[in-house]
Design a protein around this ligand. Structure first.
Ligand SMILES: [Fe+2]
Length: 287
């Protein structure tokens, strides 16, 4: 059967298939078709509005959470989907930036999202300054309670850190990896400098080398329109897309020493070690 031979790290976990708003018109008779882990998947809502997913006469576990639909094609994990408390925190605006298709492994996409070293080169005048390329040391640890990776005390000078920024700031960042293909980033809020805006990256693996990368904002920013915030994120993702699509191999090598980053990249190393410890094969280069 389809999915039976899939990497259990993905088959037996929740994967997003996109914003729940896309299923407004989808019914059991006229489902929405998508792809997950190289297989076709149909999505629909029932009369009660509950989301469903299935393929080939088999129904999968599905749930709606954080404005997105999540599907598990195998056995759902005992623990719930990762926590995202900022999603329902008073004072934050939720802005769905929807997705962008990228011809790359989802693991490469997440690694790029975690990497401050590329800001000055790939996002000049936005997230980095070509004259200030150095990444200051930061802390990386795996939280034993959740098995999530956290990078803390990250700092980087950014000429234009968000859609509402009018001057450069030393932005403070925290990164978090919840699943192999989901991550969050928390960064200095321009309108509320003591607070951190949250950006979620949810990757839908269409197959091993093709993804849709969704971006969800939980922002304190009330100075910028939804369109302005979305346009900013799409500008940034649009700068990353050609870089990601030119990476070879498209899958992420996990053998120690396979790729020596030119930069000091503790987060990338931690991410690859974490994937390897879980035995992740999908989207990775096998030993
Ligand atoms: Fe980037």
């Amino acid at each position: 059967m389809a999915f039976d031979n899939a990497d259990p790290n993905f088959r037996d976990d929740w994967l997003t298939v996109g914003p729940a708003s896309r299923l407004a018109q989808a019914t059991a008779q006229q489902p929405r078709a998508t792809r997950l882990l190289g297989e076709p998947v149909l999505l629909w809502r029932d009369d009660q509005g509950r989301v469903h997913a299935g393929a080939g006469g088999r129904e999968f576990a599905a749930q709606e959470r954080y404005g997105y639909v999540w599907v598990c094609a195998g056995t759902p994990p005992a623990r719930p989907l990762f926590a995202f408390p900022e999603y329902s925190e008073p004072g934050r605006r939720i802005v769905d930036c929807d997705g962008i298709g990228v011809a790359v492994s989802g693991l490469r996409m997440v690694e790029n999202f975690l990497d401050m070293g590329h800001f000055s080169f790939v996002h000049p005048t936005y997230l980095g300054d070509p004259g200030r390329t150095e990444v200051a040391p930061y802390q990386v640890a795996v939280d034993p309670a959740t098995d999530e990776i956290w990078a803390t005390d990250c700092r980087f000078y950014q000429p234009r850190t968000s859609g509402s920024a009018t001057a450069g700031v030393e932005a403070h960042y925290r990164y978090r990896v919840m699943q192999p293909m989901t991550a969050m980033l928390y960064k200095t809020s321009v309108p509320r400098p003591g607070a951190l805006d949250a950006i979620g990256l949810f990757v839908q693996p269409l197959d091993e080398e093709h993804i849709v990368a969704y971006c969800l904002l939980a922002y304190f920013d009330d100075a910028t329109s939804d369109t302005g915030l979305i346009a900013f994120q799409h500008t940034i993702f649009g700068q990353d897309k050609p870089i990601l699509e030119n990476q070879r191999p498209r899958r992420l090598p996990l053998q120690p020493g396979a790729e020596f980053p030119v930069r000091c990249d503790a987060m990338s190393m931690a991410y690859r070690r974490w994937l390897k410890a879980r035995g992740v094969r999908y989207g990775a280069v096998a030993d």
